[in-house]
Design a protein around this ligand. Structure first.
Ligand SMILES: Nc1ncnc2c1ncn2[C@@H]1O[C@H](COP(=O)(O)OP(=O)(O)OP(=O)(O)O)[C@@H](O)[C@H]1O
Ligand SMILES: Cc1cn([C@H]2C[C@H](O)[C@@H](COP(=O)(O)O)O2)c(=O)[nH]c1=O
Length: 208
């Protein structure tokens, strides 16, 4: 597999989608085939899971199981087939979101890691996970999941720190900065430079 698996996780309204889509455009424009996808909505099944999560009041364990069901489908139908074709898969949220959010809802780290391993989801490790903190966007409407994030931003940031501390050098924390989309993207590229071809780095003024 030559494709890379890059995850953009962290808090809501931090610019994850903006930055991850920028990366996919940048890669495709430079001859590196890449796709953008997201969790939980990266498959039709995942979209239905997302609707279920909005229309029911569920325990944290039930939520975890639904996010994992969506992940299982997503992994086997989108992530792996594209990585096998040699494409880069740029994914808006993955397991780190379960660790951060379902952990903040009260599930133990032990349970979260064990359930991640149970279905072999941990066998597909992101090459890099960007963890976004801060806040740049404002919503005018909050759904159930957004509300949880909005009411727990400080605590969720601590979960991000914990995920980072337990990671194996493959995570980066980025602070969202308003009106600084281009600079944020340069930072993303800097952290990926060892994965990008040398000629591409030269062309884009990024030293290898
Ligand atoms: N650097 C920036 N400065 C100001 N506004 C930005 C910046 N980056 C993105 N935005 C705007 O902020 C809002 C949130 O951005 P985006 O959707 O990329 O964040 P997100 O983290 O994916 O959000 P969510 O997880 O809630 O879907 C959007 O309206 C977007 O246009
Ligand atoms: C994958 C995943 C997601 N969540 C939460 C985090 C967000 O509040 C929503 C997804 O919203 P988005 O606008 O589509 O990014 O779901 C979660 O709690 N656990 C997870 O594993």
């Amino acid at each position: 597999m030559n494709g890379k698996f890059i995850v953009f996780g962290g808090l809501d309204q931090t610019g994850k989608t903006t930055q991850s889509k920028k990366l996919v455009n940048y890669l495709n424009n430079n001859g590196i085939p890449a796709i953008w996808t997201s969790e939980p909505k990266g498959t039709n099944f995942g979209k239905e899971v997302s609707d279920l999560l909005q229309s029911h009041t569920l325990s944290s364990k039930a939520q975890l199981l639904l996010f994992q069901a969506a992940r299982e489908e997503h992994l086997h139908n989108v992530i792996l087939p594209n990585l096998i074709k040699g494409k880069w898969v740029v994914c808006d949220r993955y397991f780190e979101s379960s660790f951060i959010y379902q952990g903040q809802m009260g599930l133990s780290d032990e349970l979260l890691y064990a359930s991640h391993r149970l279905f072999d989801h941990d066998a597909v490790k992101p090459d890099k996970t960007f963890l976004f903190k801060g806040k740049i966007g404002e919503r005018d409407y909050f759904d159930k999941l957004d509300q949880f994030c909005e009411s727990n931003r400080k605590e969720l940031e601590k979960r991000i720190d914990l995920f980072f501390e337990q990671s194996e050098n493959d995570c980066v924390i980025l602070s969202a900065r308003k009106s600084d989309e281009k600079r944020m993207f340069q930072e993303v590229l800097q952290h990926l430079k060892k994965d990008l071809p040398f000629l591409m780095l030269m062309k884009n003024n990024l030293k290898g």
